[in-house]
Design a protein around this ligand. Sequence first.
Ligand SMILES: Cc1cc2nc3c(=O)[nH]c(=O)nc-3n(C[C@H](O)[C@H](O)[C@H](O)COP(=O)(O)O)c2cc1C
Length: 379
Amino acid sequence: MTPMTCIEDLRAVARRKVPRAFFEYAEGGAYAEETLRANRADLARIKLRQRVLVDVGDRSAKTSILGEPATLPLALAPIGLCGMQHGDGEILACRAAQAAGIPFTLSTMSICSIEDVAGAVDKPFWFQLYVMKDRGFIRALIERAKAAKCSALVLTVDLQVLGQRHRDIKNGMTVPPQVRLSNLIDIATKPAWALSVLRGKRKTFGNIAGHIKGMENVNSLSQWISGQFDPALNWKDVEWVAGLWGGKLIIKGILDVEDARTAAKTGAAALVVSNHGGRQLDGAPSSISMLPKIADALGTDIEIMFDGGVRSGQDLFRALALGAHACLSGRAYIYGLGAAGGTGVARAIEIIKNELDVTMALTGVKSVAKIGRQNIAAI
Ligand SMILES: Cc1cc2nc3c(=O)[nH]c(=O)nc-3n(C[C@H](O)[C@H](O)[C@H](O)COP(=O)(O)O)c2cc1C
């Protein structure tokens, strides 16, 4: 097999191995996908300052994230239906992240439940929360995350209503896949994927199925979920969640300086500058274009994390240079998962780590704390 030398290689294999509806679910963005493209294009425009003859013999990418040691400034982002890219995807990705020494985030919309993942790994992970209309369910979900000893709660705030992804509608993207001849033919040509999903612990939303009365079958569950996103959500709900949780809180989905200032006042430990990977407000600016403005406004008031378009160690370096303390990886690790399960996730992390290391060396930086705007080339 040809060696996987970059994230794009993993993406190409995932595209062959994962049924089209699920691959495009991961790949796609909202509406015309302008923001999705801007995330990547704006990162690529940032040029790095090459420095030579600096002794970088003892450089290190080690850091701490929310006060916990991490081998590099990276965490795996919450991904809904992760377990549909590969059976037991959440467990495999969590194990790969923990083996690599970085945090993993489990989505509310995961296939494996909080309890499944907690029972299969030996270290705490982060749990991502969508606050739904059924606050009793949310209260119970927070309790479940506490009982599973999750070490941080990632509260996603940019999904009060759903941005439309044209590709998902056209592909009949449902869980489990809609029974259409085209989908069946597609799945029949992906036997390794089918086997992994068949053998996986679950085939539906693990955190929700069995926890809502009357929602035993998959169709009513999907309808329940789509009616549950809450357009009335507001900053008071953040206080409510913070009070119930009582632990480290990360607010994810901040793209505006004013919102960032409000987030910093909530007492949250961190915020994530993010546009949900271009999957929500199409026409919003790229995350990287907003990062320096938010970093300048907040200083050291709150830990600033970043996501959107990170596909390499060079991208990670760019975000650190513009004010991020750490990045979340979304699609990059999902491509690895689709390509080769847990081994693919481990490879994705390794690729980014090696690229970051070489980038640090060639920009003359020895520690991630020292990466800053001085490392951006003035052109
Ligand atoms: C397939 C997919 C599913 C996602 N599901 C969730 C989710 O359940 N919760 C959430 O907070 N963010 C979700 N996101 C957003 C990611 O956490 C992250 O913000 C985004 O992927 C970062 O951009 P990148 O994919 O370019 O790295 C999802 C993203 C993708 C691609």
